[in-house]
Ligand binder design. Structure first.
Ligand code: GLC
Length: 461
């Protein structure tokens, strides 16, 4: 612990520096943005993750982080993936691009899609770690109705077939924007069909590559398609029944759904403690349904769980070897046989066991690119879920526990050696003095995960 004191202080400073204050309807909110360099608004799953680290430093700030997120909730229950901060222009696309103002309250500007639904998980974690009973109760009273409305919205509009798996309609909803998992779907959107004004807008206004090497970011074609989808949904007036019907991108994402499973368990647990037993049973049933559905996405041919392309009536497995295939560990959806296979792949130096594991794409895959965003680099945020998932199985397989501890140490080491970057070179093994992290630096979620991991190593002693 002593050896990490300075780094813990740095993590704390990053969170402080990335905190901004906004006034909504005369009320003051503090919220933490992912990075001052580009991501200058509030992102749903980043904020939820950040709140989990923050509770170890400042309980009230952690509760407020989640409360400031639900301020952006739509009248129909959706909690969008970005809540825009007024007066900021560093990020593209701007708030106006989405045309969502009629859906939100108090004129708040948001995106129109969501993020992996980490909120209930964060709420449970914070309630478990906070000591002030009164603050916990106040938080729960405001938070529970909102989070139930959010889950109900997702279940109704994203799983109309009631199969247990939600459908995402934009790569940004997966949190893993340019993952090769999405290539086959995105390639269906013919670039020649994308209106010239969309391309011109992207070419002129895209900001990320102004601040950072384009080698580390999604391609121009990716961005044309991202913005094309947003415009399509906007034209459908954010009616999700129509959007699911018309979108060229509709997927049952295993990462998103693993978080959905765990989030319903968390919500059920919170309701059991603070709410109504019948409601708790409902979310617990949803969790069980999702767990089973995730188990069934396993492909024996590819030895992995598969996302399912459900675009316009399809039902086609997407078998790309990314770190997403380990997410069902987090959802407790793994059989003994599947566990053996996953542990094998995680320990394989030709696939996922690299200098700094776990790469976002297997290094022997033709899609692997060690620099580019979700196509190779190692991300602390996904490592966190894999570590937690492996811990769930420690009683079933001693190797699961060993790997969880190893990945925990390596993630700490990766941040210690390079700094609090957004993502990292997976092939670096700590011996290259010129190695550096990738993406944006002073990244909030990396700082928060560092705090959580140090706490965990303390407790496991
Ligand atoms: C990128 C990441 C996403 C994250 C966002 C803000 O879009 O892919 O996961 O939420 O940045 O940090």
């Amino acid at each position: 612990m002593q050896q990490y004191l300075e780094l813990l202080n740095q993590a704390k400073e990053i969170l402080q520096r990335n905190t901004i204050t906004v006034t909504v309807n005369g009320k003051l909110y503090e919220r933490i943005i992912p990075s001052k360099d580009f991501y200058v608004h509030q992102w749903l799953w980043d904020s939820a993750g950040v709140a989990m680290g923050l509770v170890h430093l400042h309980e009230e700030a952690a509760f407020n982080e989640l409360l400031s997120l639900i301020v952006g909730q739509w009248n129909n229950g959706l909690i969008p993936h970005i809540i825009y901060n007024p007066g900021e222009s560093k990020y593209y696309p701007p708030a106006e691009q989405w045309q969502t103002v009629g859906f939100t309250r108090d004129g708040i500007k948001t995106s129109g899609i969501t993020d992996p639904p980490l909120l209930a998980i964060a709420a449970e974690y914070i309630c478990d770690h906070a000591s002030d009973e009164q603050k916990r109760r106040d938080f729960i009273n405001t938070f529970l109705p909102s989070i139930m409305a959010y889950h109900d919205h997702l279940k109704c509009y994203r799983d109309p077939e009631d199969c247990g798996l939600l459908t995402i309609v934009h790569p940004w909803e997966s949190g893993t924007d340019d993952s090769p998992r999405w290539d086959s779907l995105l390639n269906r959107i013919d670039l020649n069909m994308i209106p010239p004004d969309i391309k011109a807008d992207v070419d002129l206004n895209r900001k990320d590559i102004k601040y950072q090497s384009s080698e580390e970011r999604p391609t121009r074609a990716d961005y044309y398609r991202y913005i094309y989808l947003i415009n399509l949904f906007k034209d459908l007036a954010w009616d999700y029944t129509k959007i699911l019907h018309e979108t060229p991108f509709a997927v049952k994402d295993i990462l998103f759904n693993s978080i959905w499973e765990r989030a319903n368990e968390a919500l059920a647990a919170l309701l059991q403690r603070y709410g109504n037993q019948e409601e708790a049973n409902k979310y617990q049933r949803w969790a069980e349904q999702t767990q089973e559905a995730l188990t069934n996405t396993w492909s024996e041919e590819y030895k992995q769980y598969c996302d399912i392309d459900v675009t316009q009536g399809r039902h086609q497995a997407i078998a790309v070897p990314t770190n997403g295939i380990f997410m069902p560990l987090y959802a407790g959806a793994v059989t003994d046989h599947q566990l053996d296979m996953l542990l094998h792949r995680l320990s394989n130096a030709d696939e996922f066991y690299t200098g700094y594991p776990v790469p976002s794409t297997a290094i022997n895959s033709r899609y692997f690119d060690k620099e580019r965003y979700w196509r190779g680099p190692t991300w602390p945020i996904t490592n966190y879920f894999i570590i937690e998932g492996l811990k769930t199985y420690r009683g079933r397989h001693h190797h699961a526990d060993q790997l969880a501890n190893l990945f925990m140490q390596k993630t700490i080491q990766m941040i210690r050696a390079n700094g609090f970057w957004e993502y990292f070179d997976p092939l670096d093994d700590g011996t290259d003095d010129n190695a550096k992290g990738r993406g944006f630096s002073s990244f909030s979620w990396t700082a928060a995960i560092f705090i959580q991991l140090i706490k965990k190593t303390q407790h496991s002693k």
